[in-house]
Design a protein around this ligand. Structure first.
Ligand SMILES: *Cc1c(COP(=O)(O)O)cnc(C)c1O
Length: 346
């Protein structure tokens, strides 16, 4: 039986064209400044391309999404300053350094949210009553099953923050999946945010890398902080070459991953012993909740042992299944059969 690996879109491998471009990319020392950019022409090309695609002034390559978010937050906020964040975001839950008093030392201010959208009244009251250095949002919303924040909802959040002159940082690790779900360009979806991060290393299949975006001034500041945290690299055009292919060829096709995730969810939702909030299945992530006695960990362990389908653990009551380039329609058909069989026999 073939293994169907639905753990994460981070398991994607570089495409043949990526590998080809990586070998022949013109390179330089990205840590040496040539004006406001580094000396590696391939990195400069990727940064310019990303800035244009997102309608921002400038962009900066960073080794990981975690570092990208951290560099953005440290550019917007100083140690001891307060940042609005939701407890269930990647930024807070997985990237502990930002709010660790012994590390970046930002103070988290929690505002209640639903699927990544803050309660607008509470957000407004929070900004009125407290000095807030930045407000974070995440789109698509990883730990809520990849749900999407609509353009209207982002605009409502931005309106409030703009009223208090508070910058908004967007964790857009999977922003292309979100844009595809809403049938809009990333430029339109991210208009008005002060800074944003997106990954080329997930559904876009590049082996390494993320980009952060913002104004010329913001990126100049971020470049300094990237250096402090060791994210300034040398002939990194080798990686940027794959990032260019990711933007050119892989960023639109994630719509297929979204559609396949939806089909998977439809196919298994009535399998028994599980439930799926179908309203939440909007991008390439399917969050599956346990309704029977079985624990999330045991579910995954047995599903892999008995049916060769792999998923990702969220907590004892839920797991996650993710589609990506390399998971075909046939894989989805097969996964549906195996998961239904498995659930029926629990
Ligand atoms: C993956 C992810 C990140 C971090 O990216 P890494 O490259 O793994 O450090 C940040 N935010 C979200 C929502 C993610 O899914």
């Amino acid at each position: 039986m073939k293994v169907i690996d639905l753990r994460s879109d981070t398991v994607t491998l570089p495409t043949p064209r990526m590998l080809k471009e990586m070998v022949s990319a013109p390179l330089g020392d990205d840590g040496r400044a040539k004006g406001s950019k580094g000396e590696d022409p391939t990195v400069v090309k990727l940064e310019r391309m990303a800035a244009e695609r997102f309608g921002k002034e400038d962009a900066l390559f960073v080794p990981s999404g975690t570092m990208g978010n951290m560099v953005c937050l440290m550019t917007l906020a100083k140690r001891g300053e307060s940042v609005v964040v939701a407890q269930n975001t990647h930024l807070y839950k997985s990237e502990k350094a930002n709010f660790d008093p012994d590390f970046c030392g930002l103070i988290p201010v929690f505002v209640p949210q639903s699927r990544g959208v803050y309660c607008l009244d509470t957000l407004k009251k929070t900004l009125e009553s407290k000095k807030i250095a930045a407000v974070c949002i995440e789109n698509s919303y990883n730990f809520e099953g990849g749900s999407v924040i609509s353009r209207e909802k982002i605009r409502a959040i931005l309106n409030i923050c703009n009223g208090f002159n508070v910058p908004v940082h967007l964790d857009g690790a999977r922003i292309f999946n979100a844009a595809a779900a809403l049938s809009m360009e990333v430029k339109e979806l991210t208009e008005g945010v002060t800074s944003l991060m997106f990954c080329v290393s997930k559904g876009l299949c590049a082996p390494i890398g993320s980009l952060i975006l913002g104004s010329y001034e913001f990126i100049a500041g971020a470049r300094e902080i990237r250096k402090e945290v060791g994210g300034q690299l040398r002939q990194v055009g080798i990686l940027a070459a794959a990032g260019i292919v990711a933007l050119e060829e892989m960023s639109e096709r994630v719509s297929h991953d979204n559609i396949r995730a939806r089909r998977l969810a439809e196919g298994i939702k009535d399998a028994g012993n599980i439930s799926i909030d179908m309203d939440n299945v909007q991008t390439n992530i399917v969050k599956v909740d346990m309704t029977g006695d079985i624990d999330g960990k045991d579910f995954l362990k047995r599903l892999e042992a008995e049916k060769k389908v792999r998923g990702h653990f969220i907590d004892s009551r839920s797991i996650r299944l993710v589609t990506y380039h390399g998971i075909t329609d046939e894989d989805i058909d097969e996964a549906i059969i195996r998961i239904k069989d498995f659930c029926a026999a629990i």
